[in-house]
Design a protein around this ligand. Structure first.
Ligand SMILES: [Cu+2]
Length: 121
């Protein structure tokens, strides 16, 4: 009787542990992917995340995925970035911020679609 109680407790703990591990793997999958870049989504005519932090001189590598049915661009004029991303496609974008400051990443066809790039010294 007592043993059964402990066994059911153990089973519950094991289930919670497994769930935790699965959640962790899922969270890691969201932050980075196989090609080793931070993920930026274009969804419902918005960037996600809407703020991204980088450091001067450190290469930024982004995997930008367009989930919308319309083409978007990922554009940062100050760093010579202007990538067209067709509907339902993704692109790897690399650049090296050369000066600290606050910049915007924008979509040229949709002026309301913008995010903030903070480059720290
Ligand atoms: Cu757009």
């Amino acid at each position: 009787m007592k043993n059964e109680f402990y066994f059911s407790l153990w089973r519950r703990r094991a289930a919670i542990g497994f769930l935790g591990a699965a959640l962790m793997v899922g969270a890691m999958g969201c932050g980075a992917n196989a090609s080793g870049g931070a993920q930026v989504a274009m969804r419902d005519y918005q960037f996600a995340p809407q703020t991204y932090q980088a450091r001067v001189g450190e290469k930024v590598r982004l995997v930008v995925k367009n989930d919308d049915a319309a083409a978007h661009t990922f554009t940062i004029p100050e760093f010579g970035v202007n990538q067209n991303i067709p509907a339902r496609q993704q692109a790897v974008i690399e650049f090296q911020p050369s000066a600290a400051g606050v910049y915007q990443y924008v979509c040229l066809p949709h002026p309301n679609m913008r995010g903030t790039l903070v480059v720290k010294p």
